[in-house]
Structures are given as C-alpha cells and as structure tokens.
Design a protein around this ligand. Sequence first.
Ligand SMILES: O=C(O)c1cc(=O)[nH]c(=O)n1[C@@H]1O[C@H](COP(=O)(O)O)[C@@H](O)[C@H]1O
Length: 290
Amino acid sequence: MSGPSFLEKWQQASGDRQSLLCVGLDPELERLPKPLQGGGPEALVRFCREIVEATLPYACAYKPNLAFFEALGPQGWSLLREILAAIPSEVPVIADAKRGDIGHTARAYAVAIFEQLGCDAVTVQPYLGYDGVQPFLAYREKLAFILCRTSNPGARDFQDLLVRSSAAGAEGEETSDSQLTPLYLAVAERVRQWQERHGNCGLVAGATYPRELAAIRERCPTLPLLVPGVGTQGGELEVAVRAGLDEYGGGILVAVSRAILYAGAGSDYALAAGEAARRLRDAINQARGS
Ligand SMILES: O=C(O)c1cc(=O)[nH]c(=O)n1[C@@H]1O[C@H](COP(=O)(O)O)[C@@H](O)[C@H]1O
C-alpha cells in the first residue's frame, strides 16, 4: 500500500507547523560556513542535515535542487540520499529537477525521482507539452509543479510572448488580437485543464513578478503554487504572498534557499538558519493575516 500523498503530507505538515515555508537545499562546497570549509562532501552532508534539523519546526516542505548534487559528481545522489534521510517521512520533499522530455524519457525521469529517490513532488518544465508531463502525473500520489512564470530576469524572453491560446477561443474559431494571451498564462490555463483530469498538478510562479503571480492565481484559483524568488533574488515577501494566496489563505509554498542556508557564516550557522526560517514563516503568516 502506498503512503500518504504529497497533498496529504503538505496539508498535515503545513497545519502542524502553521507554515507555508518550503526550505530549499542548494548547498555549494565553496559557500559552506567557516567551521566546515575544506571538509568536502562529508561536511556538505553534515551542513544540510543540521540545516534540516534546525529548520524543521518551521518548514512545511523541503526542496533540494538536484543541480547542486549533480555538480558534486558521481556520488551526488548518494549524498542527497543521506540528507533526505534526515527529513522525517511526514514532511514532503520536492525534487527541484525541472525535468521534461519526450514521453518515454520523461517516464525514466519520473522513475528516477519518484521511485529511486523517493521524492513526493517534482518541478517540471512544460515546453514539450502534455506527453512530456503526463509520465509524472501518472504517479497519482505525487505532484508535479509545472514552470509557469519563473523568477529570473530572462523569464520575459519567452513567457511574455503573446500566443494564440486554444484555451482562449473555441477550436477553429477566428482568434482576434484580444484573444492573444502571454505564454505563461496559456501554460496556466492548460495546466488547469490537466488538473481536472489528474488532480496532482501545481505551478511555479516567481515572487519577483507579483502581478503575473496574481494573474496566475486568478486563472487557477485552486492550484498549489510554488513561489521561489524571495530573499536573495529580491522578491518582496508580503506582496508575493498576498498575490499568491488562495481564497482560504493558503495554497502556496514560499521556497527560500540561500537566505536560510547562509544566514550565518560562523559556527552559529544552524542556529542562524533556524532563526531565518522562523522569521520567514512568521512573516508569511503575518501577510496571510493569521
Ligand atoms: O523551480 C524552482 O524552484 C525555481 C523556479 C524559479 O522560477 N526560480 C527559482 O529560483 N527556482 C529555484 O528556487 C531556488 C531559489 O533559491 P534562492 O534564490 O536561494 O532562494 C533555486 O533552487 C532555484 O533553482
């Protein structure tokens, strides 16, 4: 029998800890705090495990970005496993992998992330369309956060392009200029349709673009939104939270990595990370009005 789903774990962890904060695990050897400098991969594992322990009371989820573990070479995945072992099974883990490929390759990615690594959710890019995402959605108890409006400056390059969205007009209908929609909203509309069929979709919407975040929430009132970009990338927490909340004052995971991981550079790094997580958790709650 399979265990609780991502959505069940998230709801529980979020309720227990009164938290919409997702702690990102993006460790870099060069940025380890002073006492761990030069300690290599073992020090990196110790660092992340201590960060997990310190932030656990304030986190509704963890989000390791696979890039930072792949960058460590062949042992990257085993190091990540050691870190994941420190996260209690009731707290969901989102593999930030930004995968997406033709169907049978996407299936292999889904096996790697859900079965080999045992993560509860994944980030996926939608450029290949439905068959590139469906293999992730086939795991009904897992969840796929699909990139919609990313937090980086280059997000404008493609995501703002006006496209003729089939969701905007009926099939075959003449589409006037007013029915053109920015690509990121076409993605939002399409994922809302996928959600009706699958029930395990979410969207990624950066805190650095609060207007776009609000437009996504308006079109997708019930989809879970993963919201990175607060802190180091300059997204304003309060504005982003207000833009992203659903009608029940929830529905978002505010993902923060560096502002927590590197809150302290000395021997107090774990304490400083815990404090940073607590402050973020509380600031999110204040913006929710709770
Ligand atoms: O999918 C993501 O999590 C993501 C999407 C996005 O649009 N922007 C974004 O920053 N991220 C990830 O979120 C994390 C943000 O890290 P910090 O800026 O250090 O909080 C990194 O792992 C990014 O790869």
